[in-house]
Write a protein that binds this ligand. Structure first.
Ligand code: HEC
Length: 145
């Protein structure tokens, strides 16, 4: 039960898709696009974990690989404090760079630990990924109502 709540909470993270419409700064756009790929892959895994769609090994593997690859780019994409009126990135990122980059590494680790041999394994390992998203967004991404 708790596991399902975690996944439901984690899914909320992905609800602001296309927040990057109208972004002019190319570096801000690039980091948002990476986040959106992560968000889409995460959503795919959540819908498999929630049995909204069948657990499909190859699709799950692709989604896992996307999160591993794109999260591996977070540090390079965010290192320069680029800004844009549409950006949701908080200045705290660059005041706490070591912590921010540790949190992006945590996401890569959690994604590598994803296990999708069955739905229960996926659900429990996906919670770790969802928590990694939340841990970073909580401190470093502008809150939306
Ligand atoms: C290390 C920090 C960090 C981690 C980990 C992280 N995010 Fe983000 N995310 C951000 C920041 C910062 C922004 C805002 C970027 C901006 O607007 O410039 C963001 C923005 C987003 C966006 C909006 C993209 C857009 O088009 O504006 C989505 C969707 C998203 N994250 C999903 C996720 C998901 C899903 C996870 C976990 C699987 C995750 N994020 C993990 C820091 C993180």
């Amino acid at each position: 039960m708790r596991r399902h709540l975690l996944i439901a909470a984690a899914l909320l993270i992905t609800t602001s898709a296309h927040a990057h419409n109208g972004v002019k700064d190319p570096e801000v756009m690039a980091r948002m696009m990476a986040m959106e790929k992560i968000g889409a892959a995460f959503k795919t895994l959540v819908s498999m974990a929630k049995q909204e769609v069948p657990l499909h090994q190859a699709k799950a593997r692709m989604a896992r690989d996307t999160i591993v690859t794109e999260s591996g780019k977070i540090n390079a994409l965010f290192e320069n404090p680029a800004t844009d009126p549409k950006s949701e990135a908080l200045p705290a990122i660059w005041d706490n760079w070591a912590d921010f980059s540790a949190k992006s590494d945590d996401l890569t680790k959690a994604a590598k630990a994803l296990d999708f041999k069955d739905r229960a394994a996926l659900a429990s390992t996906l919670s770790g990924v969802g928590l990694a998203c939340k841990a970073c967004h909580k401190d470093y991404r502008l809150k939306k109502d």
